[in-house]
Ligand binder design. Structure first.
Ligand code: FAD
Ligand code: SF4
Length: 575
């Protein structure tokens, strides 16, 4: 057994995928379907669909702390506990601060999920396509570098992904937020519809829509074939969904890849670096540290997909040094780790709405109302020293009744308590922004020269901050959002800056950006490293700008596109 295990041939595959999260799952699915013997390496433990969701059906009173985390946990995990989705029912899927240290040169809240499925288990599942304006923006205003692709290059891949994932949404016909392959949409409630109407009456360029999200409102055969079923509107998704009602790698792409018989999934395997062969002029495999034994093993393949999520992908490439690439794999221009960007979530507004006392809603809808970006969409519109800013923001908001659905977090006892729970209170509105940040050279990650992680790998240094532009964008949202709510008849409108650190948006992007010119970018239009064509990067690290939309559907589409390209190149003998 040991002799076989050590043989190089046994550790040789057609393809290696690093990471089993949202993008890695897609790489595995596409490559296995095309017949490639594929090894997926995942640093975290295995999480099997359904059997490893221990809290999925628990009620608040089944938890030791009523689904809240004890104070000691909060104190030990000041970064992870900032994430709204971490509670007693979900904490098993979040990285604990002390276990995976990194160096914050500037404050950066790095929220991670290290397990089979990655953050696909704990994402919020909002899936808005990018528009043509987003891919053209850099060329238009000169920020960063031009994207090497345009919307028509990715549109068929959005469709390909959406059909398999199952995206609920309404065809709204908006150029700023293209329609996709949608299942039945969720519904706005009466106050949200009222705001939608008032916004449409007051502004020609602003549109309120119901969010598009990765939930099976009306499963099709392809979803049943994955073993998934209709979403029950419980919104306990972050614990893992036993129905497969939302898309995760665990419920969808990984088991699908496994069914082909071509997949080998190796959890507890930290990829240390990619092996570059100077003589062959290409990458030949990866070095892997077993999390239990700490032993290093090499695995080999013809192509390698790096899908460890943006910052870990940067880390792996920076740590992949060789004679040819002393500064990191493919890093001829020294830009690896540079131009990291994120979404600015700092602006929030709360308000009250008086009326609609006879308006109710049922279930826990897993999405919200959205308004696609209406600022600087196809030209620079905002002007003046205080209000001229680049790019814009998407708005998300929801209206809800107080006392409704919050039984677990209210005090009380007996009949009075039950009466109080069934009495829906006044309507409140919560509005937030998701703003684009413009990628800057200064915002970067690099390897620490002094500190190592428990596996002997250099820790990542994060040096990522806000700019003046980000403050101006936020001020514009606070002003415009308050005005829209005021025009909609809301009262007690309170805009505020929550001063959150970069990172808590959990939409980190860049560092290994795509571009047209190897002098100014790391990847070409097919997500291949310019200098090492058999290495593909298709997670957030590849993003040349951030857009204002939730990014993961774009990562999935880029991954599926690159995987199919890789296979066609292999068939031609180019890889
Ligand atoms: C609470 C929350 C809400 C979110 N909401 C949304 C949303 O509504 N819409 C949206 O688009 N996005 C959302 N996101 C972001 C979304 O989860 C990420 O964009 C997405 O998961 C990124 O996919 P990925 O494949 O790059 O990374 P991940 O899904 O994080 O997967 C990366 C995998 O790589 C593994 N890995 C890392 N390093 C190594 C290594 N050295 N060796 C081996 N394996 C490694 C990790 O353990 C992990 O399993 C949300 C995230 C969170 C946490
Ligand atoms: S809301 Fe839908 S997807 Fe989420 S846990 Fe419930 S059934 Fe599953």
């Amino acid at each position: 057994m040991n002799i076989n295990g050590d043989a190089k041939a046994v550790r040789t595959y057609d393809a290696i995928v690093i990471g089993s999260g949202i993008s890695g799952g897609w790489a595995a699915k596409e490559l296995c379907e095309k017949g490639l013997k594929t090894l997926v390496l995942e640093r975290g433990r295995d999480v099997r669909h359904i059997v490893d969701y221990p809290t999925a059906t628990l009620n608040p009173w089944d938890f030791s702390h009523r689904n809240r985390m004890p104070e000691a946990f909060d104190q030990q995990n000041p970064i992870a506990t900032k994430c709204y989705a971490l509670d007693e029912g979900t904490q098993q899927f979040f990285v604990k601060d002390a276990e995976h240290p990194y160096v914050q040169e500037k404050p950066f809240d790095w929220i991670r999920g290290y397990q089979v499925g990655g953050k696909s288990l704990i994402w919020a599942r909002q899936t808005q396509r990018w528009s043509r304006f987003d891919f053209e923006a850099n060329a238009r205003d000169g920020a960063a570098v031009d994207w090497p692709i345009r919307y028509p290059d990715i549109a068929p891949w959005y469709s390909h992904v959406e059909k398999f994932v199952g995206i609920s949404g309404n065809k709204d016909g908006l150029e700023t937020l293209p329609d996709g392959e949608f299942l039945k949409p969720w519904e706005l409630n009466c106050v949200e519809k009222h705001i939608q109407k008032r916004v449409a009456e007051s502004y020609k360029d602003r549109h309120v829509i119901i969010g598009r999200c990765a939930h099976l409102t009306e499963p099709k055969q392809i979803h049943y074939d994955q073993g998934r079923a209709q979403c029950q509107a419980r919104h306990l998704c972050y614990r893992g969904c036993p129905y497969g009602g939302y898309f995760s790698s665990n419920s969808s792409t990984i088991p699908w890849a496994a069914k082909t018989g071509k997949l080998t999934l190796r959890p507890d395997s930290v990829v240390h670096s990619i092996i570059y062969d100077d003589a062959k002029g290409k990458a030949t495999g990866v070095r892997v540290i077993d999390t239990h034994t700490k032993q290093m093993t090499e695995y080999y393949a013809r192509i390698i997909f790096v899908n460890a999520a943006c910052l870990n992908t940067n880390l792996i490439l920076l740590n992949s040094t060789s004679k040819r690439f002393p500064k990191g794999l493919g890093n001829d221009n020294g830009l690896l780790g540079r131009y990291v960007a994120f979404h600015n979530y700092r602006g929030n507004i709360v308000a009250d709405y008086e009326g609609f006392e006879d308006g109710y809603y049922y279930g826990r809808r897993p999405t919200t109302a959205f308004m696609p970006n209406f600022r600087n969409v196809d030209k620079q519109e905002t002007s003046g020293p205080a209000s001229r800013f680049q790019r814009g923001y998407m708005v998300a908001f929801s209206a809800a009744r107080a006392n409704w659905q919050r039984g677990s977090s209210q005090d009380g006892f007996g009949a009075n308590f039950k009466d109080k729970l069934s009495d829906a209170g006044a309507w409140h509105v919560f509005m937030m922004m998701q703003a684009e940040t413009v990628p800057r050279y200064e915002n970067h990650v690099r390897l620490s020269t002094e500190q190592k992680d428990p596996w002997g790998i250099p820790q990542l240094v994060t040096s990522i901050g806000y700019t003046d532009n980000d403050t101006k964008v936020m001020n514009d949202f606070l002003e415009q959002g308050a005005e829209m709510l005021q025009k909609s008849g809301c009262k007690n409108i309170k805009p505020y800056d929550d001063h959150r650190n970069p990172g808590l948006d959990i939409h980190e992007m860049g560092g290994v950006r795509m571009g047209r010119d190897p002098k100014t970018s790391l990847l070409n239009a097919h997500s291949q490293l310019h200098a090492v064509k058999n290495v593909f990067v298709t997670d957030g690290a590849a993003m040349t700008s951030t857009g204002t939309q939730n990014p993961s559907i774009t990562f999935m589409a880029l991954t599926a596109r690159a995987a199919n390209y890789a296979v066609s190149e292999m068939k031609k003998g180019h890889l």
